[in-house]
Design a protein around this ligand. Structure first.
Ligand SMILES: C[S@@+](CC[C@H](N)C(=O)[O-])C[C@H]1O[C@@H](n2cnc3c(N)ncnc32)[C@H](O)[C@@H]1O
Length: 288
């Protein structure tokens, strides 16, 4: 069959199943099955597709119709304009998490400074590697409890050309680290255990539980991280974390109980308070 015939059939199937932008989705999936650019399918609709690629496309379609996220089928996600490979043990980075990157960069006076970064619960390395891509003289450590996530983050660091400035460790939050970090970031799991069954299947069945489960009230990780902050952050250092919807007050209170006052909160594109930033007290003029 030709590209055009296959696309027309798949787009009809997707439209019937209520998939948004069915033609576009079908084209992106077919391009992935053929390992080519979607634009080249527009340019050559007459191209004949071989049987192995057709079969691959059929399996992609079945996964899509079973509500597997597009990024999981492709095994890749763009975040902060960078290409991240995903694995079964990595959280699929979400666009709203870019608000944390923006909040940190807004706060840094000199992007050429030799800063020392820490990303707690690094997953694919999305936060750490995005920040390192903007801070050419910074070094960073990423920690994740899942060995498979740490492996994926390491491999993303290498493929993004940041392997020389990123150390990725498997571990339990910052427990094994001494400190001295100028910037600590985290997008911790923040869904209450009891609410996990209510998550849409795209999340529930495809993101690792360790990336979602925030304990009985969804705030357990914030408590552990906040307790470690006085040790981990250098004087004058910045802590920035992602917030779940309507969690600003609770996370502010957790930080306050450890001596940190939230300095600012940045909303995401939907207007939801998403990135909370706090600073450790210290001598003026200290970096960042
Ligand atoms: C919501 S995901 C965020 C991943 C990535 N930072 C991002 O924004 O895409 C939370 C991450 O925290 C990790 N995590 C959960 N518990 C942890 C722990 N005790 N120590 C270290 N990492 C942990 C999970 O494995 C997961 O990768």
């Amino acid at each position: 069959m030709s590209v055009e015939e296959i696309l027309a059939k798949a787009a009809r199937r997707f439209a019937d199943a209520g998939v948004e932008q069915p033609r576009r989705r079908a084209r992106s999936l077919l391009a992935a099955a053929l390992c080519c650019d979607p634009a080249s399918l527009l340019a050559h609709p007459e191209r004949e597709v071989g049987l192995p690629e057709e079969e691959r496309f059929a399996s992609f379609q079945a996964r899509m119709l079973a509500r597997e996220p597009f990024s999981r089928i492709l095994g890749r996600r763009e975040f902060w304009g960078l290409d991240f490979a995903l694995s079964a043990e990595t959280f699929d980075p979400r666009p709203e998490t870019e608000t944390v990157v923006e909040a940190v960069l807004d706060e840094i006076k000199d992007r050429n400074a030799a800063l020392f970064l820490l990303d707690l619960g690094t997953g694919s390395g999305a936060l750490l590697l995005s920040l390192l891509s903007e801070l050419p003289h910074a070094l960073g450590v990423g920690v994740d409890r899942l060995e498979g996530a740490a492996t994926a983050a390491r491999s993303n660091a290498l493929s993004l050309g940041l392997g020389g400035r990123a150390l990725i460790l498997a571990g339990d939050w910052g427990g094994a680290l001494r400190g001295g970090f100028d910037i600590v970031v985290s997008n911790p799991p923040y869904i209450a255990t009891g609410a996990l069954p209510l998550l849409p299947p795209e999340v529930r069945f495809h993101d690792p539980r360790s990336a979602l489960d925030g304990g009985a009230d969804g705030r357990e990780a914030y408590r552990v991280i906040a307790r470690d902050l006085p040790r981990l952050l250098a004087p004058g250092g910045i802590f920035a974390c992602e917030l779940g919807a309507a969690e600003e007050g609770a996370v502010r209170a957790i930080l306050a109980s450890c001596g940190f006052e939230a300095a600012s909160v940045k909303a995401d594109l939907a207007g939801i308070p998403r990135a909370l930033l706090a600073r450790r007290g210290g001598h003026k003029g200290q970096k960042p």
